[in-house]
Design a protein around this ligand. Structure first.
Ligand SMILES: CC(C)(COP(=O)(O)OP(=O)(O)OC[C@H]1O[C@@H](n2cnc3c(N)ncnc32)[C@H](O)[C@@H]1OP(=O)(O)O)[C@@H](O)C(=O)NCCC(=O)NCCS
Length: 162
């Protein structure tokens, strides 16, 4: 998997996360993604993902002041977007789109065929965001999250299967 350098997209700097970002990423995950659910992405798990060569973790913002991040795991031909969030105060400014573009470029460069992602069924913002970026909704899974909240699987093919 490639390990591209920090990229500047217009005024926005996207960089690879370092261990110093783990606390902020875990906090953002708690507030924006895992709210109302058990907190599974705590600092040690995030730190392990940052160190994992099969995972790309990217951020916007200085260490300790991360305003957006994405965490993508690679397995076989697939890339799996496990965590993705933009701080509430920074949404609808194109930051999520820029991060997603970065991750898609990295997945293509790594030879991935497909990107998979899940969202809560009631998360209209995320579903609209991913649909806008060419992700197709597939299976709806009852009680996907902690055995309580329903979810939907989405995917985007980067190249023809096989
Ligand atoms: C989903 C999320 C990452 C989008 O980030 P963002 O930086 O606001 O997205 P962008 O500004 O790049 O939006 C691109 C397009 O996506 C769609 N979109 C984004 N947020 C939307 C919302 N709240 N409602 C409807 N459509 C939305 C729009 O088409 C938007 O284009 P527009 O602003 O020109 O209308 C952000 O809302 C978020 O962090 N949500 C909480 C965490 C989460 O749900 N993560 C994903 C599941 S793990």
């Amino acid at each position: 998997m490639p390990n591209p350098p920090a990229a500047v997209i217009s005024h926005l700097t996207i960089r690879l996360a370092t261990p110093a970002d783990a606390v902020a990423i875990a906090a953002l995950s708690r507030a924006q993604i895992e709210h109302g659910l058990p907190w599974t992405w705590r600092e040690p798990r995030v730190r392990a993902a940052i160190a994992d060569p099969d995972t790309n973790v990217i951020v916007v913002g200085r260490p300790g002041a991360v305003t957006a991040f994405g965490l993508m795991y690679y397995a076989d031909d697939d890339a799996h977007l496990l965590l993705f969030a933009v701080h509430r105060s920074q949404q609808r400014r194109g930051i999520g789109s820029a991060l997603l573009q970065w991750l898609e470029d990295a997945a293509r460069a790594a030879g991935a065929s497909r990107i998979r992602v899940e969202a809560r069924l009631d998360n209209e913002a995320a579903r609209s965001f991913y649909n806008e970026h060419g992700y197709h909704e597939g299976e709806i899974v009852g009680r996907m999250y902690s055995g309580t909240l329903d979810g939907v699987r989405l995917e985007k093919w980067l190249r023809e299967p096989g």
